[in-house]
Design a binder for this molecule. Structure first.
Ligand code: SF4
Length: 371
């Protein structure tokens, strides 16, 4: 038998004899007696690997009986128990094979954030830490001028998959160019709503050839689309805001959420100049609903900056832009705008200005305003 120190993952030499061994059935009086008896280690037994009662006993010893000495886990234990034992108040774990100590150490170090408070919270709680990390990233990005370097910084700061949802619009094409330029591995996808302009598909093809990458097409659930069209008609979204929101929900929002599952970062092309609704869009923020960091790497760019970047880098753009289309979404819901009109005037032009968001980019405070 060997003893692992759960605080460090190291083997303990010269372990102290335990004063009491508690079975999982120990009641309050047994806990009280053990805690008050002496300061010697208290062992808690795990008779089978699936018996979790020992975790509760350790917690009660710490929180209800104020025990400050060593609590040792003994019995059927596996390395995956390590973090839970430590967070429940245990200090050491008895293991059969000293050779397995390195596996326990790796298991203890693998988790870097916790989701819920416990007896010990030495790791940052996930939501707080993520919010702070996103705020720090926002500040860092603001100090970086180059779009390519911003993308690299995002990759440096976010572990795991970074997804980029592109509509193939001007902003998104500039970001795509910067992604290719940066050499950073990003999961690029677009929402194929079934209502896209053919020019959008041509732009996908052109971009894939130019940048030698694949743009993943994410499609809506066929059954949901069938039911929607059966209920509202093929152009039902023109007849009521609710219908339009239902269409956007099924063709865009749900597929987007599916595409973002498991991603740690989500990049998009929102800019503050787009609308009042987007005037405060940060470069990076924590999206609590989706559990990821949302990045708008050109949130602070002006239209002039964007157009200069596209021209300087010969970025391929949707030919519809040359015909007066500025913000391009689904074909039946997008029209060209006249000179002087607001850039988003061509989206759902039959609706009230305040309701013109499809739900993809609503987050936190902004959600309440645009819903
Ligand atoms: S933009 Fe129009 S067609 Fe596209 S999902 Fe929304 S309502 Fe439906």
């Amino acid at each position: 038998m060997a003893l692992v120190d759960l605080h460090t993952g190291a083997l303990v030499g010269g372990a102290t004899e335990v004063s009491t061994v508690l079975e999982p059935t120990a009641d309050e009086s047994a806990l009280s007696e053990a805690a008050g008896g002496n300061a010697g280690p208290i062992a808690i037994s795990f008779p089978v690997v699936t018996d979790g009662r020992g975790f509760s006993l350790a917690r009660l010893l710490r929180e209800r009986h104020g025990f400050k000495g060593e609590i040792r886990a003994v019995g059927h234990l596996i390395p995956d128990h390590g973090q839970f034992l430590l967070r429940s108040g245990f200090d050491t774990a008895e293991i059969k094979d000293a050779e397995a100590a390195h596996v326990w150490k790796a298991s203890l170090e693998r988790i870097r954030h916790n989701y819920q408070p416990a007896v010990r919270n030495w790791l940052p709680l996930r939501w707080d830490a993520s919010r702070k990390e996103a705020a720090t990233l926002d500040e860092r990005l603001a100090r970086i001028d180059s779009l390519t370097d911003r993308i690299r910084e995002v990759k440096r700061r976010i572990e795991g998959r970074i997804a980029f949802s592109t509509s193939l619009g001007l902003e998104d094409q500039a970001i795509l160019h910067a992604i290719a330029d940066s050499g950073v591995d990003v999961d690029v996808f677009t929402l194929d709503t079934g209502r896209l302009f053919p020019e959008v598909l041509e732009t996908i093809e052109l971009s894939e050839l130019r940048y030698r990458l694949r743009i993943r097409l994410v499609v809506p659930d066929a059954k949901e689309v069938e039911e929607l069209v059966a209920r509202d008609g093929v152009y039902g979204f023109r007849h009521a805001v609710e219908n339009r929101k239902a269409c956007c929900e099924i063709r865009k929002v749900r597929p987007l959420n599916r595409a973002l599952e498991g991603a740690q970062g989500w990049m998009a092309g929102l800019r503050r100049e787009h609308s009042d609704e987007r005037a405060a869009v940060p470069l990076a923020e924590w999206d609590a609903e989706r559990g990821l960091t949302k990045i708008n790497p050109m949130a602070d760019w002006s239209t002039k900056q964007l157009m200069s970047y596209i021209a300087a880098n010969n970025v391929p753009v949707n030919p519809l832009h040359a015909r007066g289309f500025v913000s391009i979404g689904c074909a039946p819901c997008t029209r060209a705008v006249q000179p002087g009109e607001h850039p988003r005037a061509g989206r759902w032009w039959w609706e009230n200005e305040e309701k013109k968001e499809c739900g993809l980019h609503l987050n936190g405070k902004r959600k309440g305003k645009a819903a």
